[in-house]
Design a protein around this ligand. Structure first.
Ligand code: GLN
Length: 523
């Protein structure tokens, strides 16, 4: 089968959840045995999202090839189990950068360089980069009508022409606002948005209309008539309290059949058990485990997106509901932990709040409370142990002050391959020591996890730490970089220099989070 492309655009307002809608459609295809890859195009002019403020964009998500991207890519990886790379998250800025560099390089042989065909061809190149999947779902960021977005719409219009209209489907997300006063759901913005898309030469094949309640048959007829599509292809994108309910919501509206009809594929029943399982879990009356997350970015929406997801996934695996208690590291007092079953210190940068995190690690160690440390969460556990167990009073990290004994220091010679700036970014292998807690957690001795940090634990101190009960249970294959630590004589105290949350799946969880929540449950 020739690769089929589904383009998701959005109109009326931004933030309609195009990424989740795209992932939801992809999940329906997977449930019928089709393989799906995902791509995201963002018309803005930043060359990559790495330089964009996390205060505007939430967490920085890291792909396995070390690309710092926005958190939407996480939805695709989690929902679809797809493995995305730097070429699956492409901004307008990057397209222009490529084109202008090619121009300087003389690649256009003196031709006049233009939006069409040079920029549009470059966009199409990224869209059509080969995958080994049956489908590619492409989200076009922004809102129809945005100036930056025009060239992307033009490119997908051309692309449909190039590969044949039967290989391309356009799904458009819109909004039907509800007017309290008149008690009406208004369809006009949707009509206008579909028309605006049509002005760019794109006829929507399916509309997903975000609404607070299901559209009536009459409303679907009306939208269908004005937007030039059968009423059956007008879907109600109703608000749900958990994104994993979306595939089931689409399933009940026969979204797969609409997609199948468009591409000339056979109707088939899907295996939706993985989503039914989540739905049942959400509805079930289960015990709650309280996890204290000692962090400092709680005021930024979605700053801990992948972390929250991973904890949620581990709850599913353990048949408990996970309640996250946000503990502000800057004002940490041990009493903050009185009602928690486990303490998690996530990643972070800068000195602000570090003392609180160190105190939290100490509290977990001394009181036998399950502890999980992620990146900075491992570093503070090492500093804490050095200070309070080994008696190295001035132990610290080179990140915060040069006036310390750097048990966490810079490792100048780490493999430069995946490094952006001086950060160690992306997936690195880790070798786990047999018969450790880490070994039990992963059930393997060779793992790969994603990194995003500058500093490393000084491995020179290994013997000292081990003699006192803190062992390095995972390290880089060359033996130079400590990747995991754990405490002997503690029910559960484990930390990684990496970010396991980026590889957690709603269907299986992640070994480290699963084990942590299990330990909290026992607590
Ligand atoms: N700030 C620390 C470092 O750069 C930890 C980074 C993190 O937690 N992601 O090494």
């Amino acid at each position: 089968m020739a690769t089929k492309y589904i383009f998701i655009t959005g109109g009326v307002v931004s933030s309609l959840g195009k990424g989740v809608a795209a992932a939801g459609c992809g999940a329906l295809l997977q449930s019928r045995g089709y393989s799906v890859h995902a791509r995201k195009f963002d018309p803005y002019l930043n060359i990559d999202p790495g330089t964009m403020s996390p205060f505007q964009h939430g967490e920085v998500y890291v792909t396995s090839d070390g690309y710092e991207t926005d958190l939407d890519l996480g939805y695709y990886e989690r929902f679809l189990g797809a493995r995305l790379t730097r070429n699956d998250s492409v901004s307008g800025g990057r397209i222009y950068w490529d084109v202008l560099n090619a121009e300087r390089h003389g690649d256009y042989l003196g031709a006049t360089v233009q939006m069409i065909p040079h920029v549009s061809n470059k966009i199409k190149e990224y869209i059509s980069a080969p995958t080994d999947t049956d489908f590619v779902v492409c989200e076009i960021g922004g809102t129809v009508g945005d100036i930056e977005g025009k060239i992307f719409l033009e490119s997908i219009r051309q692309f449909a022409n190039d590969v044949g209209r039967k290989n391309v489907m356009f799904i458009h997300l819109t909004l039907a606002p509800y007017l309290e006063k008149s008690g009406e759901l208004k369809t006009k913005p949707t009509q206008m948005s579909a028309r605006e898309l049509l002005e760019n030469g794109i006829q929507a094949d399916m509309l997903i209309v975000r609404t607070p309640r299901m559209l009536t048959a009459g409303e679907r007829d009306k939208i269908g008539m004005f937007c030039n599509i059968p009423a059956k292809s007008v879907i109600s994108g109703i608000d749900v309290d958990n994104i994993y309910k979306i595939p089931l919501a689409y399933e009940s509206q026969h979204v797969f059949d609409i997609i199948a009809d468009h591409f000339g594929l056979a109707h088939a029943r899907g295996d939706m058990t993985r989503f039914e399982r989540i739905e049942n879990y959400l509805a079930a009356d289960l015990p709650t485990v309280n996890v204290g997350v000692v962090g400092k970015y709680f005021n930024v929406p979605d700053a801990y997106k992948s972390l929250n997801e991973a904890l949620f996934h581990a709850g599913i695996q353990n048949n408990v509901h996970v309640n996250i208690k946000k503990i502000d590291a800057e004002n940490f007092i041990p009493d903050d932990c009185r009602d928690v079953d486990g303490i998690l210190v996530p990643g972070g940068f800068g000195a602000r709040g570090v003392d609180g995190k160190i105190a939290a690690a100490r509290h977990a160690r001394e009181n036998n409370i399950p502890y999980m440390g992620i990146c900075l969460g491992m570093q503070v556990a090492v500093i804490e142990f050095a200070r309070n167990v080994l008696g190295i009073e001035d132990a610290g990290s080179a990140e915060f002050t040069s006036d310390c004994i750097p048990v966490i220091g810079i490792m100048a010679d780490h493999n430069a391959e995946n490094m952006g700036g001086t950060l160690r970014l992306g997936a690195y292998p880790c070798e786990i020591t047999p018969d450790t807690l880490a070994h039990k957690i992963y059930g393997a001795t060779n793992i790969s996890e994603r990194h995003r940090h500058r500093y490393e634990m000084d491995i020179g101190l290994e013997q000292k730490f081990a003699a006192a009960g803190l062992i390095i249970s995972g390290r880089s294959p060359d033996g130079k970089l400590p990747e995991m630590i754990e405490l002997k004589n503690h029910p559960f105290f484990v930390a990684g220099q990496f970010h396991p949350e980026f590889q957690s799946s709603p269907y299986t969880g992640h070994p480290m989070f699963n084990a942590f929540i299990n330990a909290c449950k026992k607590q």
